[in-house]
Design a protein around this ligand. Sequence first.
Ligand code: NAD
Length: 266
Amino acid sequence: MDFTGKVALVTGGGNGIGRATSVAFARQGAKVMVVDRDGDGAQATVGIIRQNNGDAVAVTADVTKVADVKAYVKAAIETYGRIDCFFNNAGIEGKLAPTTEYDEAVFDAVIGVNVKGVFLGLRHVLPEMIRQGGGAVVNTASVAGLVATPGMSAYVASKHAVIGLTKTAAGEVAHQGIRVNAVCPGPVDTRMIHALEEQISPADPAAVGARYQAAIPSGRYTTVDEIANMVLFLCSDLASNTTGGQFVVDGGRTATGGAVTNPVRQ
Ligand code: NAD
């Protein structure tokens, strides 16, 4: 997976999965535009890449604001001349609550980042890729885009929507040499999963983590690097006719229905 001479743009690149994927792209030779509303986080990711002799630039942007999205696209074109790989990844989890009690403002915020942010990214990056005559996009959905997690109506709806956006865009731009796929992580060891553990049990989040991980056939959360590997594969020429797909990386959790007890594994 050689990305020498390629340009990758990563939203949510200031932390977690986005940071690991930015670093992985750079390690494989890509120049990386790291986009995040957390400017310090984006700058820290750039620092890691430069320490390893890579090439990266940070842009502070809120993916829900069209002016910011246009600005990050412009910055990428002005700095690096093109966008070969677009990891459309920024997302938020919202609050845990039954649908009957779900806060309307939180619902709007989750849909704003996870759906509108992903849409705006596609809306403004794809024209550049069309102009160039090719490119690869990976949108971050989730296993919550495939199955429900009770208590997460906004998040589940938003990630199902990401899969809808992925399939729609894939069909629209395939003949222009552009591929659009979705990665569907299960629980990944980042701030987000630990924030959810804490929402479920502020007194003992570690116990929630242990229970969650026991429900995963591999016995553990996925690492950020394991998601980065899938994203790089989907952006690489190895995936040259792969488009419109949803790629689960979850240690077997979705396949087994997320059963909490596993009588087979001792
Ligand atoms: P994270 O909170 O560590 O990173 C998310 C990043 O997105 C942060 O740097 C944050 O500042 C940025 N961000 C949030 N809203 C933004 C906005 N409006 N504009 C610009 N940047 C914004 O979480 P993560 O686990 O790395 O999440 C990355 C993606 O992976 C998200 O889309 C998330 O839904 C998805 N995901 C995570 C998990 C998990 O268990 N961690 C599982 C499935 C899917």
